[in-house]
Ligand binder design. Sequence first.
Ligand SMILES: *[C@@H]1O[C@H](CO)[C@@H](O)[C@H](O)[C@H]1NC(C)=O
Ligand SMILES: *[C@@H]1O[C@H](CO)[C@@H](O)[C@H](O)[C@H]1NC(C)=O
Ligand SMILES: *[C@@H]1O[C@H](CO)[C@@H](O)[C@H](O)[C@H]1NC(C)=O
Ligand SMILES: *[C@@H]1O[C@H](CO)[C@@H](O)[C@H](O)[C@H]1NC(C)=O
Length: 786
Amino acid sequence: MRPTLIFLQTQFFLCVFVSVCVPAVVVGSLPHALPWHVSCPVRCVCQIKPWFSPDSVYHEAPTVDCNDLLLTKLPVPIPLNTHTLRLQSNLLSEINTAALHGLPNLTDLDLSQNRFSHIRTITKSSPLPSLLSLHLEENHLGHLPDASFSSLPNLQELFLSHNNLHSITPGAFAGLDSLLRLHINNNRLTTVDPRWFKALPSLEVLMLGGNPVEALPERGFQALRSLRSLVLGGMGLRGLAEKALEGLEGLESLSFYDNKLTKVPTQALRRVPGLKFLDLNKNRIKLIETGDFKDMVHLKELGLNNMEELVSIERGALENLPELTKLEITNNPRLSYIHPQAFLRLSRLESLMLNSNSLSALHQHIVLSLPSLQEVSLHSNPLRCDCLFHWAADEASHSHIEETQTSRTVRFIQPQATLCSEPPELRARKVREVSSREMSASCLPMIPSSSLPSYVGVREGGKLVLHCRALADPQPELYWVTPSGLRLGPVPNVASKGSPAPDPCHSMTVSEGFNQTTASSISTSYTQADTPCNPSKHYQLLPEGTLEMNKVTLAEAGLYTCVAENALGADTRSVTVGVHGREKKRKKGVDVNVKGAQPASAFTRLEVREVGQHYAILSWQSGHNLPSTRLSWQAIYSNAHTPTYTTRILAGTQSFNLTHLQAETFYRVCLHLGISEGDKHAGKRSRESRKPQCVSLRTKDIPEPQPSLQISPELTSTAVTLLLLALILMLLAGQGWDTEPSEEAGKQHITILQEIKSPTALIINQKRSNGNQSKENEKCVLDQDC
Ligand SMILES: *[C@@H]1O[C@H](CO)[C@@H](O)[C@H](O)[C@H]1NC(C)=O
Ligand SMILES: *[C@@H]1O[C@H](CO)[C@@H](O)[C@H](O)[C@H]1NC(C)=O
Ligand SMILES: *[C@@H]1O[C@H](CO)[C@@H](O)[C@H](O)[C@H]1NC(C)=O
Ligand SMILES: *[C@@H]1O[C@H](CO)[C@@H](O)[C@H](O)[C@H]1NC(C)=O
C-alpha cells in the first residue's frame, strides 16, 4: 500500500496551513484500533493502531497512549515491543532516554506540549536507532546546539514547531542524513542560515513559516537538493532575492501564504522550474502584471486568494502554463478587473475559482480562451448581467452556435448564489436563469468603485500610484485628468477631427483670444504646480489605466479624475489626493494639503470655434479638473417656448461638437462648471465656479436653391422679424448675458429637459447607487441654482 508521489504532494499542499500534517485525513477510512493485550502503564491506553511511516507506508503499530496525564516522568513499564509512544500534553521537562533504549522497535515518540527547554535532556544519553519520528512541538526550546540530534541517526521526521527557537547553530542538524521532513515553523528565528541544511541531503519537506524572517539569503536552500515542498508562510517577507530559491531543482510545492510581498516574485520563481503547486495567498500584491506567471510549464495549481490590495489581473498575467488545471483567485475584496486577455495559452485549465471578489463580469474572451474549462465559481461578486455576460446566460436561450460552445461544458459552482447585481431590473436574479435576450446588448464602461478609493494620501516627494480599470465592450479607452486640468491619455475623439489635436499639455497653452493677463494670475500657480510640461517624465500612464507620478509636490494635491470611454458612453471616477508635507509633519492637522477648488469661471472662456448648418463647435480653456461640467443649449425664438438640452462634459474635455442643431437658428449655449459631486473642499468658491459661461451663436443658412424662388411677402416678413430679433439678441449677448443670465429671462423660458442621443453627445453612464441624485443634477437648468 504505497500512495503515489502525487498523493503525497497534494497532501502537503492541502495541509500547508496545518502545523501537523499527519495523514489523519485518511485515517477515518482505515481499520480502527485493535486490542493489544499487554501490561500497560497505569492510566495509559495500549492498542494496535494504524500508523503511516514518513514515506506514507501503512503499519499496524503497537501504541502506548499516555496523553494528557500531567506526567512529570516516564511511565512504567513501557511494553517491550512498543512502536509508538505518545506523551503529548504532559508536564515533562526531562526524560531518561536510557529507559527507552531498551525498546528495539520504538519508532515514533511524541513529546509535544510538554516543558522541555533543552534539547540535550532528551537526546544526550543513549542512542535510539529505531526512532523515525520525533514530536517536540509546543515546548520551550530556545536554542539548538551543534549535533543536537546525533543520537537519533535514523530520524526521518523532526517536529520542532511552536517553540521559542531563536538560535540554531550551523551544525545543529549534523548526523540527520536520513531526515525527510523538518518542521521549524512558528519559532523566533530572524535569519535563515544556509549551513543548517548542509547536513540534510535527504530533506523533502521543510516548514519554515511563522518565523520573523524579513529576507531570505541568496542560495539559502541550495544544499536541499531533494526538497520537494517548502512552506514559507507568515514570515513577513517583503520581497524575494532573485537567487533566493536557487538550487531547488526538485521543488514541487511552494507556499508564501501570509507574507508582505508586494509583487509576484517572478525572477525567483524562474529558478524553480519544476514547481507544481504555488500558493501566494494573503500577500500585499496589488497587480498581477504581464508575464508574472509565464512559462512555468509544470505548474498545476496556483492560489492568489485573500489579498486585500489586489485590484487587477493584467493582460498576459498568466501565459503558457500548459499543465495548469486549477486557478484560485478568490476573496480579494478589491479585485474588480481581469483583463479579457489575462490568461493566454492555459490549455488545460479546468477549474477557475473567482468567487468573493469585486468582479462585475468574467469577460467572454476569457471563457473562450480556455478550451478545457469545466467549472467556474463566480458567486459573491457584484455581477453585471449585460453583454459581457451573454456567455453565461440561460443555456436554453442560446441560439447561436458559438454561444452554445462557450456555455457547453462550463459548470457554475454554487449557481444558486451566483446572482446579478446589475442592472436593477435583473438584480438578485440567478445568472444562469437569465436569458441572453434579457441581458442588454450594450456594455457601457464602468469603473468599479473598489478599484479606486475616494481619497489617497501620499507623502511629499513620494510616489503616487492610482489604478483605474474599466470593463466594457468595445474595450474602453482610459485617460486621467489632473487637478490642473491636464489630460493624460489618448487624444479625445469628440470635436477633435476638425480642430487641431489637443496638446498633451494643453492646459498650459494659451490659445488665441485667451486673455494673457487673466491667464498670468493662474499660470503662476501652475508653474509651481506642474513641472515644466513634460508629462512623459513626471507622469506615467500605464497601458491598463494606472497613473504613476514620481516625486509628488504639495501643489499636486487635489482632484484626479479617471475617465473610461467607449463608443457607447463613458464613466468617470474621481479621487482626492492629499499630499502630506515634510516640514509640517509635527503640526497636527495641518499636514495635509488638499487644494480646494479655485474659482474656475474667472479664467474659463467659452468660445464658438466653428458653426455649420446643423452643428457648432465650442471650446473653452480650463486650468482645473472640473469633473461635473455640463453644457446646455437652447434655441431662441420669439415665443421662447423651446427646450433646453444639457449634456455632461467629460473631465478633461475642452471642446464639444453640438450636433442636431437647426439651421438658421439662434442658440444660447452655456457651460456650467462643476467641481466633483462629493468635493467637500469646494465650499464657498464652488458657488462662484457654478456661474455659467454663456455665448450665443447662429447656425448657418441653408444655401438658397438656384435659381432662387420668389419669396412670398409673408415669408419675407418673418425673415425680417427674425433678423430683428437676432439683432436684439446679439445686443443682449454683448451686454449682460456673458456673465449671468437675468432672472427674468429664466422665468420666461420654460425649460424642458431632454437627453440628446447622438453619436457625439456622450451620455454619461449614471451610477445606479445614487441614481436619484444624478437625475436631480441633470434637471438643473441654466438659470436655477441647484
Ligand atoms: C520488532 O518488530 C519486528 C518486526 O515487526 C518483530 O519481528 C519483533 O518481534 C519486534 N520486537 C519486539 C521486541 O517486539
Ligand atoms: C461636428 O458634427 C457635425 C455633424 O455631425 C459634423 O458634420 C462635423 O464634421 C463635426 N465636426 C467636427 C470637427 O467633428
Ligand atoms: C486682456 O485684458 C486686459 C484688461 O483686462 C487688456 O488691457 C488687454 O489688452 C487684454 N489682452 C488681450 C490679449 O485681449
Ligand atoms: C429614488 O427615489 C425613489 C422615489 O423617490 C425611491 O423609492 C428610491 O428608493 C430612490 N432610489 C435611490 C437609489 O435613492
